[in-house]
Structure formats: C-alpha cells, structure tokens
Ligand binder design. Structure first.
Ligand code: RIB
Length: 296
C-alpha cells in the first residue's frame, strides 16, 4: 500500500536555551542550528526510514531544495512536491535543557496550496492507497472531502490543533493519531479512556491512537484495545518524536503488521528520536529500531 503524505516542510531554526523564554524576557541561547523539519516532512522521512512507500506532496520555497534532497535520499517519492516563489515554511524552536520545546510557525510555502494542486495530486491515488494529513498546510478540509470522495482512506494527525481541524468533516477519517491535548480538544474529555470512548461515539468508523508521553500510547479500534509502554530514555530534544511515532505506525500498518507490532516499533522509534537533536535528523532507520527492540 502506498501512502500519500500531503504535508508541511519546514526549515527548523532551533535555539538551545536554559529555559523556554517567558513573556517580557530576553535570554541568550547556548547554540543555534538550522534543521530540516515540518510535521509532514518528518512523518514522510519516518515512513521511508521504516521501509514504507511514501509519496510526499506539498510546497517548498526556493530556499527549500535541501528538504527535497533529504526526502529523496531517504527513499520518499517527491514527484508531487512543488517549488514555488517565496520562502519555505519556517519553525522557530526553543529547546530547553530537559529536551522540551516551544515552537512558532511561519507558514510560507506550506500555506499556498490551491484546490487545483490538491486535485492534481489526488488524481494519482485511489482506494488502494492511504492519505496522511497533519495540520500545518492550508486546504485541509478540501483535501479531506476530495480524498473521501475518491475512496482514499484518510489518517489524520490533528497537529497543531486549531479551528482548521475542527472545520474538517472528521467522520471521513479512518485513523486518528493524536496526543491527549488534541483528543481533549476534539472530544471535550480529559481522561485517556474517556477520550477514546467519546471518539468512538462521535466517529464510530475510526480507529484511534492516543499518545501519552511517558505513559506510552493507547490504540483502540476494530474491537481491540492495546496499551504500549514508553521506552525510558534520557531526552535531549523531543521535537519530532510524535512525527516519528506516526510514520513508523503507518509504515507497519501498510505492511500489514499486527497493531501490537506497529505500536511497539513506533514507540521504540520515537524513544530513539528524543535522544538525538533535531526533528527530521533524529529519526532512526528500521534496522536501528529492530536492533534496539531486541535489546529492550
Ligand atoms: O513536530 C515537530 C515539527 O513541528 C518541527 O519539525 C517543526 O517544523 C514543527 O512543524
């Protein structure tokens, strides 16, 4: 099964800081690095490094050719990726000493997708494929509606959560991969079990994966409930850990692996990612993930 990932690509401008800057404060950074990133791009890289067949669609500016090169190098297909005038998406990221981050996005090329471009890309895919979406591009509700009309199963990582996600017809989603905060914004519930219950009431067609940070992750769907533990590591940079999880999970599902195995590989891949700096650059290969699982 091929996965079309229609998503963002960012240049991540990362400042290492002692603590996340507070309102009214000016602080020094201890280092500054430009990394490849963007939730879409990170998830495509994770899919490709996990052995999946992934087509990345989206837009970069003239400063973003290194993002395309990295996707190609990792094995993602960039036939549909478009270069447009102007700047690529940019993320201004602070990472503190515990590896926690705070992110400000500048949409750039991620926000100039048109209905015509969406139609053009979707014309290459059908009901045997899968569409993966996040919420860092414009045209999200349009993509959901058109893909659904074509019978393409849609997996949604509703991140970052805002009104564009809530403007989508979420009854058209077959798989949600989200964190507790996103689950809470969709359902109004705060407890993981209640979020899952409410998701199944609201969207009985959907399978749901809820990531819980150090508490691991939960899968609920097809009459099955799985709890996957988080693998304990010392965090250096948590940026992109969720994207790594999503890419590995979907690659496993596309391979036809059991959900237990998909969750296990996703959990280990994201654990490895948080021990490394950067988002896209922290994503392990499947060989690394399988080796780490054998040792765990
Ligand atoms: O999920 C991590 C990503 O969020 C970063 O790479 C940054 O680009 C932001 O989009």
């Amino acid at each position: 099964m091929a996965i079309l990932n229609f998503g963002s690509l960012n240049i991540d401008c990362v400042c290492a800081v002692e603590h996340i800057v507070q309102p009214g404060q000016t602080i020094d950074s201890t280092s500054f690095t430009r990394f490849p990133g963007g939730k879409g791009m990170n998830q495509s890289l994770a899919l490709a490094r996990a052995g999946g067949t992934v087509y990345h669609a989206g837009m970069i500016g003239s400063d973003g050719e290194f993002l395309r090169a990295l996707l190609l190098e990792s094995g993602a297909d960039c036939t549909w990726l478009k270069t447009v005038p102007g700047s690529s998406g940019t993320a201004f990221i602070q990472v503190d000493q515990k590896g926690q981050n705070s992110i400000v996005l500048v949409g750039g090329a991620n926000r100039v997708n048109t209905p015509e471009y969406c139609d053009q890309v979707l014309s290459g895919f059908g009901d045997q494929d899968m569409l993966l979406l996040q919420n860092e591009i414009n045209q999200l509700p349009y993509l959901v509606d058109r893909a659904y009309e074509k019978g393409i199963p849609i997996a949604l990582n509703p991140s970052p959560m805002n009104e564009a996600v809530l403007a989508c017809d979420l009854s058209k989603i077959f798989l949600f991969i989200m964190n507790e905060d996103e689950g809470c914004r969709i359902t109004g519930e705060t407890q993981p079990e209640r979020i899952l219950e409410k998701m199944h009431t609201l969207y009985p067609q959907a399978q749901v994966v809820l990531t819980l940070g150090s508490q691991g992750s939960l899968y609920s769907g097809n009459g099955q409930r799985i709890h996957q533990k988080a693998y304990p590591v010392t965090a250096v940079d948590t940026t992109g850990a969720g994207d790594t999880f999503t890419g590995y999970l979907l690659a496993g599902m596309a391979r036809g692996d059991s959900m237990e195995q998909c969750m296990k590989e996703a959990a280990m891949a994201s654990a490895i990612a948080v021990t490394r700096q950067g988002a896209a650059s922290s994503i392990p290969t499947r060989a690394e993930v399988l080796a780490a699982l054998q040792e765990a």
